[in-house]
Design a protein around this ligand. Structure first.
Ligand code: SAH
Length: 203
């Protein structure tokens, strides 16, 4: 069963993966937005979360999550923790989630939000996510929630060699394309898809 906001924003646009819809129904998005934005938590757009950053539009979270094709056993890296919402959705669908945020104050508040909600399989790290997390690699899936001028080599090299998947918005600050990179041994397949606009990945 999907909720009305999901039918209107996700299902009509082609997001039909039942596990993704279920995960997004279970994660309380209102807990990840500032109190003043609670009434708009499920609006069809990104919302400000402070420090000039945003929590991504529900549709973008759904598309990126669906593209990772998680079955439940994965170790996932989430770059650009922001509010922690994407990390929470991933944590419902995978075994464990490492999430990296460059702004210490956002890392701290995401850590507090996630702990208060009882998520125990998420590790929040303050640092530069373009470097990935070598000590936690390899990752079955990596998702980047900020627009990158190009795909960081460190993220590709930290993908699992057997079918690791990276979903990342690539392009100039004004407009990016969502790329899906799949690794098989030392071969990488890069498929650009949907157009999108994210805050910049810095680093
Ligand atoms: N996924 C988030 C939204 C991310 S907004 C959510 O669900 O709320 C993008 C985030 O990426 C911002 O918080 C920004 O500070 C962070 N960011 C930008 N460059 C980064 C980098 N190199 N490493 C880690 N985080 C970065």
């Amino acid at each position: 069963m999907s909720e009305r906001w999901q039918d209107e924003q996700l299902v009509v646009r082609g997001v039909t993966d039942a596990r993704v819809l279920d995960a997004m129904r279970r994660v309380p998005r209102e807990a990840f937005v500032p109190p003043a934005s609670r009434a708009e938590a499920y609006a069809d757009r990104a919302l400000p979360i402070g420090s000039g950053q945003t929590i991504s539009q529900p549709y973008m979270v759904a598309v990126m999550t669906e593209a990772l094709r998680l079955v439940g056993s994965e170790r996932v890296l989430d770059v650009g923790t922001g509010s922690g919402y994407q990390a929470a959705v991933l944590s419902v669908l995978a075994r464990d989630v490492i999430t990296i945020e460059r702004r210490p104050e956002l890392a701290e508040s995401a850590r507090a939000t996630l702990a208060a909600l009882g998520y125990t399989n998420i590790t929040v790290i303050a640092g530069d996510g373009t470097l990935g997390s070598p000590e936690h690699a390899p990752f079955d899936a990596i998702v980047v929630g900020a627009g990158a001028p190009r795909i960081p080599d460190a993220l590709k090299s930290q993908l699992s060699a057997s079918g690791g998947r990276l979903v990342i918005p690539v392009g100039p600050p004004e407009h990016q394309m969502l790329h899906v990179v799949t690794r098989d041994g030392n071969a990488f397949t890069d498929t650009p898809g949907l157009g999108c606009v994210f805050v910049p990945l810095i680093g």
